[in-house]
Design a protein. Structure first.
Length: 117
């Protein structure tokens, strides 16, 4: 059973940084593509970044140059390092795991990032 747990959300001032974590020691972590999404009230969940089992990364236009996704398979954890945060980055951030062989995707419970002065 996949049970993703996100952490690291917080209130931060504009221009600040945060690192989000997504962990699940109960799975063979390297067999999953890991993604970060975010969602604000009234809007659809949007993809922020993804990292494949081989380390290949992809970023949304809003994340490029400011966010870095990474993974540590030995620690069963994916990370999203966010810098130069803006008020428009305020959202609930969700971690997603998709098996590399396809099939059902799994979601974490979300962690709130609030960017405000």
């Amino acid at each position: 059973q996949v049970h993703l747990v996100e952490s690291g959300g917080d209130l931060v001032q504009p221009g600040g940084s945060l690192r989000l974590s997504c962990a699940d020691p109960g799975i063979i972590f390297e067999l999953y593509t890991m993604r970060w999404f975010r969602q604000t009230p009234g809007k659809e969940r949007e993809l922020v970044a993804s990292i494949g089992h081989n380390g290949t990364t992809m970023y949304s236009d809003s994340a490029k140059g400011r966010f870095t996704i990474s993974r540590d398979n030995a620690k069963y954890t994916a990370y999203l390092q966010m810098t130069s945060l803006k008020p428009e980055d305020t959202a609930v951030y969700y971690c997603q795991a998709e098996p590399i062989i396809g099939g059902r995707v799994f979601w974490g419970q979300g962690t709130l990032v609030a960017v405000s002065s």
